[in-house]
Design a protein around this ligand. Sequence first.
Ligand code: NAP
Length: 304
Amino acid sequence: MLDLTIIGAGPAGMTAALYALRSGLNVGIIEQGAPGGQLLKTEKIDNYPGFADGVLGMDLATNMFIQISAFENFQLINDTAKKITRTSNGFTVDISTEKVETKAVIIATGGYPRTLDIPGEKEYSGKGVSYCAICDGFFFKGKIVAVIGGGNTALEDAIYLSSMAKEVYLIHRRNTFRGSKILVDKLKSLSNVHLVLEKIPVEIKGDNKVSEIVVKDVKKNVISNLYVNGVFLAIGQIMNSDFVKETLATDDTGHIVVDEKMKSVIPGLFACGDVITKDLRQVSTAVGDGAIAGQMAYEYLSKL
Ligand code: NAP
């Protein structure tokens, strides 16, 4: 039986693991993809303390994983968590083929990209429609692309894509941005980025590959077309919390409610990172949450 099972190997989960491992706990992380989570989809992080010139998301993810892998009391379980059940001496976490027995659990599963659900989006997914600028931007070198959204992801994606694409349209449904001012200012300084504000995408068209996006002016209700080769969607996240819904209540946006010690209402069950209800979702806050969750899990297990 594991002392602690962490679900999700993003920055929150890996930091929780680091603190728990250093306290001597036997720790398993269940991760369905590569360790790193959202870090793997972020080219460069400019606001992580200690890196004055920024740090590549891939490098930060790799170093976090190297750091925890060095512990003998660590194991990576490459699988998907399907259900958490309370037992008389802890919890079982159902994965594809077996049940992981554990004394405590930390949920650090983050989220996945929200879709627009407009005509053409599914049809052209992988044929010009993308949810990851870092993964697919390279294919649009010298081309014209649109980025949808007004949060930090959309702003960062537009900045990143402007370095390789010929033209970037940032399409946002309002005329103010949810994302940070420093990114908005940078974006406005780039000559090949064009802000298309108060417009919502209504259709993505093409012929085998994306060739245009149809947008509607939210005030005038007027339809217009932009000729683009690629559409990058960055309209927020849906939380990976469905698998806990039978065990634990989430808020109406799927976030898990925890206290300042990352404790849920169930003793021994913690959550941290983007998946919890909070105001600021950053790598730095994920890491902070993870440290607290790892330490609180240790304290919980010490008292058993
Ligand atoms: P987000 O902050 O939730 O922003 C989503 C954006 O998409 C909003 O501008 C929203 O418009 C727009 N949107 C949502 N649904 C839409 C729809 N159906 N049609 C058109 N537009 C739609 O999501 P995010 O940018 O992915 O960021 C998620 C979290 O990660 C945030 O807390 C963010 O700060 C954090 N993050 C931080 C960094 C960083 O600091 N380096 C980088 C990336 C992400 P409205 O504004 O009108 O609602």
